[in-house]
Structure formats: structure tokens, C-alpha cells
Write a protein that binds this ligand. Sequence first.
Ligand SMILES: *Cc1c(COP(=O)(O)O)cnc(C)c1O
Length: 374
Amino acid sequence: MERLNIGELNPSPRILMGPGPSNVNYRVLRALSTPLVGHLDPQFLTLMDETCEMLRNLFQTKNRLTIPISGTGSSGMEASFVNFIEPGDTVIIGVKGVFGERMVDVADRCGVKVVRVDQEWGRVIDPGKMIQAVTQNPGAKLCAIVHAETSTGAQQPLSEIGNFCRGREILFLVDTVTSLAGVEVKVDEWGIDICYSGTQKCLSVPPGLAPMTVSPKGMEVLRSRKSKVRSWYLDLSMIERYWGEERFYHHTAPISMLYGLREGLRIIFEEGLEARFRRHHILAERLRMELETLGFRAFAQEGYRLPMLNSVHLPQGVEDASVRKRLLSDYNIEVGGGLGQVKGKIWRVGLMGEACRIQNIEYLVAALREILKK
Ligand SMILES: *Cc1c(COP(=O)(O)O)cnc(C)c1O
């Protein structure tokens, strides 16, 4: 057989200032390359417990079922729907960007009736509108919304909706893929029943796991299902038996990814949540000011702008693809373009986790000054 002459992997040292993935700390990279143990090895079981405990602290919850789902953020989304809804149910979904739209697609495939609460991209949904939809649809199974809409850069207020759902039959489901570890996420205080995230955004761990947490109210709904969960791989009633005391084999845990997540979480708690949120907030203000000076106006609604995902209009005469291509090829900087209806119209400049550094901001601004001759 002919030998293929493929060289050693040698990617350029990119500065990842897009919508994810974000840069990964060398400690996480080292953890990823640690020798394997078995997925039922006592040492690994300890690591699992430590990881869940750190995830509870991060989600600010006491929920027993707080685990990383195997798969990227979207697997968390899928698990959050398939486990709690059955054909014929009604679900209410807030849609104000690509990821709300993806929720509708996922729910739709489960054979449920979807009630949409739409909002113009870049803006947040008035909590009163979500509450109204809940009131108008008695018997709806769950109400879902994205906290940090990564396609627009807007941060959705949640506590009012959660507090309304708390005393009622309905479950409150929230996507925190981009927000978790970058801004406050208070699962218990805000009355969130089902919450999922992803490792590749503000957690600064490679894509591959979806941290998820379920309230006791959510667990009750799972246990009282009339039909089997329509996904074998994402069936939480089986997965929880592996993460619980039974250690029942369901699928082999992605060992190395869990090594990486544990180290990423350790780094987060060494910094401290408060300090981490402050860093994202302060540096985002700085970035916005610098971009404004260069003619990039903010896109997302004022007062609701995400620190880790800064969406900006392109100034007159700045060509989207060619400038981003130069940033990447000449400066090793990745920034995100617009998705869907804002493609070619906005940029999405990420400041997620490890990538949220003053030197990155200054370097990006210097690069843009050169490219745009400002
Ligand atoms: C990135 C993202 C997802 C999907 O995560 P993947 O890791 O790409 O599967 C879901 N929701 C939001 C808000 C996101 O930003």
C-alpha cells in the first residue's frame, strides 16, 4: 500500500475573537493529553463527582442532576427538548436570532406544537410577552428562550419569566451556551428548570461537551413520561444512572474531554466568578469604545449588550469578507461575520474566557487601523 505523505499537524496560533470556539489555556490542553483511565475506574469516578460539583457552582444550583452531556452545545439543546416533551405537547419558544430558530427546529422534530414569540434581531423579548404566551397557552409543557443570543449579541432578561413559571406546571428552559462563565447565570434564583451550555465559549474548553442541569420539577416531568425518550443517546433517565451512584454503563464517557473540562473549571474558580464576570464587562466596554472610534456602531439593543459577544455594524466602505480574511491571514485574528439575515452586515467580535484579554483588544484595534488605513 502506498504511504500517504501527510505532515505533522501544525495549526497557526490563532487569536479566537469570534463567536466560538474560544482560545484554550495551555493547562487545559495538557489535561487533554493526560493518559487515559477506564470510564469506570475509581479515579475517574472521583473526577466525575468533582466536575459535577464545580458545574453546580457555575450554574449556581443545587440540582442533583448537573452533568456534562457528551456532544457540543447543540447536544445540550437537543437533550433539553427530547427528554421533557412528548408528541402532542405545546411548547413556547422565544425567537430573536439563529439559536432561538434552532430551538424551534429541534422542538418541531419532536412532533409538538410550537408557539413562537418573535422579536426583531438584536433586541430582547419583553418578559411580559413570554408571560402572556404562557397565560394564553394553558397546558403548555415548557417555555424556552436563549440567554445570550450569539447571532445578535443581545442578553435576554430571565428572572421575571422564571419567577412566573416557578409556581406553575410549565417548565422554564434556558440556553446559556454563550453566557455561562462570562456573565451571571443563576439557575435556582431565576427559576430555571432546564439549562444547558457548551464548553467552547466562555468556559474556554474545546467543543465537545454540553454542561446541563435539571431541577427537581424537571425530573418529575421526566419520570412521569408516558412514552420512551425518542433519542437513545440523549435519554437522561439512562445517562443519570451512569452519573449517579449506580455507575450503570450507558455510553463510554469522553474521558479526555472530561479531563479538559475539569481543568477549565478549576481555572474558572481560581479566578473567581465575580472577577471573571468583571473582566468580561470591563474589557467589553473598552472594545466597544475602540470599535466605535473606528466607525463600528453597536448592533444590539442598548442596555442589553453581551460582553462576550460584541455585534457591530460595518462602517461604510468596509468590506466584510476581505477584511476578515486579512485579519486572519496577516494577523492570525479570527472575528465572526453575521449569520442569517445579518450576514455581510455585522461582525461579531468575541471576548470569551481566555480570549478576553486587553492585549487581544489592542492588537485587533492596531490591525484594523492598518487594514482600514485609519
Ligand atoms: C454556539 C451555540 C450553540 C451551539 O453550540 P455548538 O457547540 O455549536 O453545538 C447553541 N446556542 C447558542 C446560544 C450558541 O451560541
